[in-house]
Design a protein around this ligand. Structure first.
Ligand code: SLL
Length: 262
């Protein structure tokens, strides 16, 4: 009895460990998706738009820190609310975005299509288009007519990419146009210029971009700690199992009774 439950416990822990290890060896490609919306200024209404439309907005998929991700992301299909004409919008090249006007919020379906070398099926994301400010300062934001940004960070994981695609991924994005002199984030820009072409996220976070190698490093440290803990747990369970087996063998010998394990 105890022997059976122990071995199940052990296999669960081992699979956790394998999960963590494979998460470390998979290839992660990051993107940001979301929307930005602004109330239409009644004195500057764009020509020819529906009188009921109150907001201008755009929904987008882009690289972290605006990195060009078209070397692995081939096209994006945005499915808008059915009140829009031609509600299925396909964008075949960056910027992967749809700009519109409207009056209501809705869920946008975003379908990502990868380059053929990826040999990966399209992936679907959902984004709730936000037109109205939300959160603790919603009222202030509304009064100041601030743009409403709602965005998410996403990591696409390609497991064991097929060889040509792996090469493509690790050869990375074409070099970014460099910013003007004295621009902020110069360390980051330098890291980018000096490094090999890579699909990696920026070295450090910035005001516009919270996703960086530094924050990722902290996460990896935590994962490494978790692996150590899991390894120790597996070791402890093995020791316990061996001890129990020893007791079982001794019991078998002294009692001469076959002990059922089911
Ligand atoms: C709502 N469930 O009631 C949502 C639907 C639809 C948004 C929002 C303009 C369409 C058009 C538009 O803003 N549709 O006139 O082309 O809030």
């Amino acid at each position: 009895m105890s022997r059976v439950s122990l071995s199940i416990d052990l296999s669960v822990r081992q699979s956790t460990l394998l999960g963590i290890l494979s998460a470390l060896t998979d290839h992660h490609y990051s993107l940001v998706f979301g929307s930005i919306a602004k109330p239409i200024d009644p004195n500057h209404r764009p020509l020819g738009i529906n009188a009921e439309h109150t907001h201008q907005w755009s929904v987008y998929v882009k690289g972290v820190d605006n990195e060009d991700i078209s070397y692995w992301l081939k096209k994006v299909q945005f499915k808008l609310h059915e009140t829009y004409t031609n509600s299925l919008r396909t964008v075949e090249a960056p910027p992967f975005e749809v700009a519109e006007t409207g009056w209501g919020e809705f869920e946008v379906q975003i379908k990502l299509y990868f380059v053929p070398e990826a040999n990966e099926k399209a992936q679907t994301l959902w984004h709730a288009l936000k037109l109205h400010p939300y959160g603790p300062d919603a009222e202030g934001q509304r009064e100041r007519k601030e743009a409403v940004v709602s965005q998410n960070y996403e990591e696409i994981i390609f497991n064991e990419p097929v060889e040509p695609f792996y090469e493509l991924l690790t050869s990375g994005a074409p070099p970014q146009p460099t910013r003007g002199k004295g621009s902020k984030g110069s360390k980051q820009a330098m890291m980018k210029r000096n490094s090999e072409r890579s699909a990696e996220i920026p070295y450090s976070e910035s005001a516009e971009n919270p996703y960086s190698q530094k924050t990722e490093g902290t996460e990896l440290d935590r994962l490494n700690e978790a692996i150590k803990t899991v390894e120790q747990m597996v070791k402890d369970e093995r020791t316990k199992l061996a001890e129990r087996e020893k007791v079982l063998t001794e019991l078998r010998k002294s009692e001469g009774i076959p002990i059922k394990t089911k």
